[in-house]
Design a protein around this ligand. Structure first.
Ligand code: SIN
Length: 423
């Protein structure tokens, strides 16, 4: 079995993994980054609505909105880190360094929108394909960075720990410590070991274990499963967020119909044309996602109808086509002209609020094993995530985890034995 050695092994090339790789490489570390054959096959690429860029001086309203969306179950320390550090992470990487093409007004100022649970407009966006615009820029930079080796088609199949996989039998008595992973090269069929000082789980979500999901096909929670097998602490796994609006026409595929449509005036109605969110929550159709998804479920159970509808009649056709070109085209391709017809929608599994427990520097209870992005759970989202926090969480986690790892790698001696052959 071939064994490679590196400073950091990053499992997953969505926004969290790629942003970590960039930050670690900038700090002088060598990085092996595992991606699918197409690095854009990540949930980050499908995030439509936007990313929070909060310019308020104290961020108190944003912190309140995150707490309220979670029904008071978020971890205060994680909320504090995100609201204080998130804006700088967006500015440094996305605005200044990569100059991602966010929508701007005629004077060049960033445009802001709203989504469910937000008390004000603080979300920046690239039309209705924000995740794609961000990940494309980040992936291009990753591929142009010499210290990062992106392994297309490299799939981690098990983590290496001193207790289980060292050829030195005395290592079994060491504290639980990760030193890399077995990686299957899906192009050659060969399994190799990548030995690393730091191993970073950034495998995204698990929505595809549900019947209806907004997630990419590979989102089956394999990072969480690998972490579980080596004894990592998992928390809040019962908190799976259902997005209220995925396209729901018979015999058509399910796909996300962004909440930003409701941020710009879209309204939910039932088959009789009634605005059933009135009276359910003060924010009506823009209530937090759990509230809206539950209200839709009750509405469908009571009416026996297969879906509810999103009514965009408050917007002009020209505005819809310009601001939401992807939703417009995709729905049209399946026979719904959203500039004059209601969009049939139902809720679907969208985001894992729980995952591998990690502190605010990505550290898990297994030494040298980190978890970031959707795979991790810092408690930021509690039981229900506020819209447009996920891309921001990826950037913030990546930045803090890479900085902590660079410090540790400079200070500490790592025990990196020869691993046993994969059987
Ligand atoms: C959406 O555009 O509705 C999804 C964005 C998110 O999950 O934050």
């Amino acid at each position: 079995m071939k064994t490679l050695r590196t400073d950091c092994l990053v499992i997953g090339s969505g926004l969290a993994g790629s942003a970590y790789a960039l930050a670690a490489a900038k700090a002088g570390l060598s990085v092996e980054l595992l991606s699918l054959a197409d690095p854009m096959m990540a949930n980050s690429d499908w995030a439509q609505g936007g990313i929070i860029y909060d310019t308020a001086p104290d961020h108190a309203a944003l912190a309140r909105d995150i707490f309220d969306a979670s029904d008071g179950t978020s971890n205060p320390a994680a909320v504090e880190q995100l609201v204080r550090e998130g804006p700088l992470a967006v500015k440094e990487l996305l605005l200044d360094e990569l100059q991602v093409g966010f929508d701007r007004d005629a004077g060049g100022a960033l445009k802001f929108t709203r989504e469910g649970g937000h008390s004000e407009k603080r979300i920046i966006f690239a039309k209705d394909a924000t995740g794609h615009a961000i990940l494309e820029s980040v992936a291009q930079r990753v591929d142009a960075t010499p210290r990062i080796n992106r392994r297309a088609g490299g799939v981690a199949i098990d983590l290496l720990t001193l207790s289980h996989n060292s050829t030195d039998t005395a290592d079994k008595y060491e504290p639980l410590t990760c030193f890399g992973a077995y990686v299957l090269d899906t192009q050659t069929g060969e399994t190799i070991a990548i030995v690393a000082k730091k191993t970073v789980l950034a495998t995204g979500g698990l929505g595809q274990i549900f019947l209806h999901s907004t997630n990419q096909p590979g989102s089956v929670g394999h990072g969480v499963a690998m972490a579980y097998r080596v004894g990592a602490r998992l928390i809040d796994l019962e908190y799976v967020q259902f997005h209220p609006t995925v396209f729901a026409k018979k015999n058509a595929p399910r796909f996300l119909v962004t909440e930003a449509l409701r941020g710009e005036g879209g309204v939910l109605v039932n088959a009789r044309g009634e605005r059933f969110m009135d009276g359910v929550h003060p924010l009506r159709s823009l209530a937090p996602r759990d509230v809206v998804a539950r209200a839709i479920k009750h509405e469908l159970a009571a009416s026996g109808e297969p879906c509810v509808f999103l009514d965009l009649s408050a917007m002009t056709p020209a505005f819809i086509r310009e601001r939401f070109p992807n939703v417009y085209e995709r729905c049209l391709a399946h026979g719904v002209d959203v500039t004059r017809e209601l969009i049939p929608v139902v809720p679907a599994a969208h985001f894992a609020c729980g995952g591998v427990h990690a502190d605010l520097h990505g550290r898990t209870n297994i030494r040298h094993l980190n978890a970031i992005g959707e795979t991790a759970c810092t408690g930021l989202h509690g039981a229900n995530r506020l819209a447009s926090t996920s891309l921001l969480e990826c950037l913030t986690n990546a930045k803090f985890t890479a900085a902590a790892d660079a410090g540790e790698i400079a200070r500490e001696k790592f025990r990196l034995p020869e691993p046993r052959a994969w059987e």
